[in-house]
Design a protein around this ligand. Structure first.
Ligand code: ADP
Ligand code: MG
Length: 382
């Protein structure tokens, strides 16, 4: 077997990145016509990140993973994994060899070979890419089965162990060649919660060793255990500031905000909203922090609250008549990155989304109360 590796990507690529997707479009053609599943996806996942990907059934999650693993190929765009452009200038068999050495793949339905024991299943990838000495392979496979708690079942056929144990064996197999990247497509989708928990703990262990883990999941309770959650809606990636700030929004509304969101950067100390001035945007913080500032009776400034990544502002003004009740200013030593949504678009989505309206309404009420308390305090201080 040839062992030519994919061509290294040109140096413009980010060395911190494990996965870079640039303008990925995927179309399928069938009798009914052409169907675009991925509509220009840009995404970077860094080394050592534990990332979950969620989205409705049919939104393109598996198709997206298949672009990263090289199982399928994009119609347009570029995929760089572990520093290599995996589609330019290499053959299918070279890609397959590269895949065996660089990534582990876990599927929802395990896909163990039924005629082989668990130990033989785990040895298979080492045989395939001819990694590790022939005599060393059984020992290494046994260590991996021990890691996932299956040492006693090493010589059993897959059908003789539970589904949870089959998935654990599939994870041991995925790690056989010690890849830096593990990609899992709904690995817990077919398992009870206890088995699911064991699997997430294993993934956390890999991440603690510096590996990168990307997991598609249906289970919202698992997304809280990853560093970062990516939502895909109808073949497009949701702006992560939008999904973090407004998790109650429906995915289609998140996507609507993603498309109209304006990125803005403010320098430390810069005013974003000025008191008594009209506010025309809803702001979500992507990076850095802001301070909400009021003036006391003697025109001394004081900070009512500090907001950071995943929080928003402008809501009080947009929902209560339009004029700013406080100054909002970029804080800290680094620039603040925000995503801004024009007032009309914001109001439109709020009107269509009662859950979001209620959630934001509660925050608005609390902020108004805080301001009142703060005003009261400043009066008493005088
Ligand atoms: P998800 O994993 O989010 O449920 P998929 O990525 O499997 O979604 O599929 C996204 C869409 O692409 C679906 O509508 C599916 O029918 C379509 N699709 C996936 N693979 C193919 C294919 N090989 N040929 C035609 N359509 C496909
Ligand atoms: Mg899928």
């Amino acid at each position: 077997m040839k062992t030519i590796s994919p061509r290294p990507a040109t140096p413009q690529f980010d060395s911190h990145a494990m996965i870079e997707l640039h303008g990925i479009v995927k179309r399928f053609s069938n009798a009914a016509g052409v169907f675009t599943v991925l509509k220009g996806v840009d995404l970077t996942i860094n080394r050592g990140e534990f990332v979950s990907i969620v989205g409705k059934s049919g939104s393109g999650k598996s198709t997206l993973l298949n672009m990263v693993t090289g199982i399928d190929h994009p119609t347009e765009g570029q995929v760089v994994v572990n520093g290599s452009d995996i589609y330019t200038g290499i053959t299918e068999s070279q890609r397959s060899n590269w895949r065996g050495k660089n990534l582990g793949i876990v599927f929802q339905f395990f896909q163990l070979l039924p005629m082989l024991t668990l130990l033989e299943n785990v040895m298979l990838p080492m045989d395939y890419v001819n990694l590790y000495d022939f005599d060393e392979r059984p020992k290494r496979a046994m260590e991996l089965l021990t890691l996932v708690g299956l040492e006693k079942f090493a010589n059993k056929l897959p059908m003789l162990v539970s589904t949870g144990q089959q998935q654990l064996a599939a994870i041991a197999r995925a790690m056989a060649c010690d890849p830096p990247l593990l990609v899992a497509d709904e690995p817990t989708g077919n398992l009870d919660t206890r088995s699911a928990d064991t699997i997430i703990q294993l993934f956390e262990g890999f991440v603690a060793q510096g590996k990168t883990v990307v997991m598609v999941t249906h289970d919202p309770s698992l997304t809280s255990r990853t560093h970062r959650n990516i939502i895909i809606s109808d073949g497009e990636i949701i702006n992560e500031a939008v999904s973090k700030c407004l998790p109650q929004l429906r995915h289609r509304h998140m996507l609507q905000f993603t498309k109209i969101a304006e990125d803005r950067i403010y320098q430390p100390g810069e005013t974003i909203i000025a008191r008594d001035q009209p506010v025309d945007y809803f702001f979500m913080i992507r990076k850095g922090g802001v301070e909400v500032i009021l003036l006391d009776k003697e025109n001394q400034e004081y900070i009512v609250s500090s907001l950071g990544k995943g929080e928003f502002f402008g809501d009080v003004e947009l929902l209560n008549g339009g004029k700013a009740i406080a100054n909002v200013r970029a804080s800290g030593n680094a620039p603040v990155e925000v995503v801004a949504i024009p007032r009309a678009d914001f109001m439109n989505v709020i009107n269509q989304s009662p859950i979001t309206a209620e959630a934001i309404g509660k925050i608005v009420q609390k902020r108004l109360d805080d301001h009142r308390i703060a005003d009261h305090r400043s009066v008493r201080a005088n």
